[in-house]
Design a binder for this molecule. Sequence first.
Ligand SMILES: Nc1ncnc2c1ncn2[C@@H]1O[C@H](COP(=O)(O)OP(=O)(O)OP(=O)(O)O)[C@@H](O)[C@H]1O
Ligand SMILES: [Mg+2]
Length: 322
Amino acid sequence: VVMTALLLGMLGLALLGTLTMLFFRQLKVDLRTLQTRAMDIVNGYRDAPLPISRQDEVGQLMGAINDMASALDTRENELMIERQKYFHQEKMAAIGTLAAGVAHEIGNPIAAIAGIAQEMKERRNAECAGCRPDLIHVQTQRIAAITREISQFASHQTVEAQLLDLNGLLRTTSSLMRYDQRLRRVVLKFNLDDQLPAIYGVADQLTQVIMNLLVNAMDALQDVVDRAPVITIGTRVQGEQVALSIEDNGSGIDSKTLTRVFEAFFTTKAVGHGTGLGLSLCYSIMQKNGGSISLDSTLGAGSCARVLFSTTEAAYKGTNLL
Ligand SMILES: Nc1ncnc2c1ncn2[C@@H]1O[C@H](COP(=O)(O)OP(=O)(O)OP(=O)(O)O)[C@@H](O)[C@H]1O
Ligand SMILES: [Mg+2]
């Protein structure tokens, strides 16, 4: 009996020893896996999470490492989107600055040509009877009007929030965009409330919202052949806010696509024609400026973008879009 008990005891001990050894061996393997994964994450690994093979503290550590990797991934994506949006915004601002520079440079030769034409007209030089200086005059007037519009447009570029005339912003922005080839066939209709109160926001940013919405409407009208392409721009008071609607009778989109339009990088346009950042940027801008934006659309019939602007400083949340 004593022998059996001793044997059993030894067997038990041996079993315990083996189990302990196996436990520590597995622990070593799991800790090494964790260590490798932690290093991989440091080096940029963001793919499938570690399978959680244990219920103990090591298992919890595995879960925590997985959570950390996915949080890092989300944050990195957010940062990338913000960086791209910032670039988009900078690009638009650069266009304004460039336009102002061009307008300024063109201004001087135009003034000179106009002066010469004027003098020719006044002198009525016999030698120049067929020269028609009046035509030079008319054409220079036209160019001068264009540069005036560009200057007006570029003068919106200020980073400070202030009270603004929305109808004025709409007029100058759309008159400049009229020179875009894509708008050539399009009828622009204005339904502006001339009693509109001032809105509060950053002119440069709100101009970008208007430009983005007009470009989207313009793009939606590109393939419309069975009806006259029309964009209707309307403003009115809505409670404490001011409402803007930019409506087109273009291609429209289905309800499934509509749910995604404010996502960064979502686009239905061909590569090189859209980055999918326009509406996402408009959304951030309107949030920061204490307003909101939404889009309605019917496939095959058209779309309407609605923007609500704040009329007071209270809702304004700062210029930083990040
Ligand atoms: N007026 C509209 N009519 C039809 N579809 C629209 C209209 N406005 C937006 N969309 C849809 O929403 C998508 C996202 O618009 P968004 O302005 O964010 O990006 P984009 O125009 O494709 O590219 P980007 O503005 O960056 O050049 C568009 O690709 C289009 O499918
Ligand atoms: Mg767009």
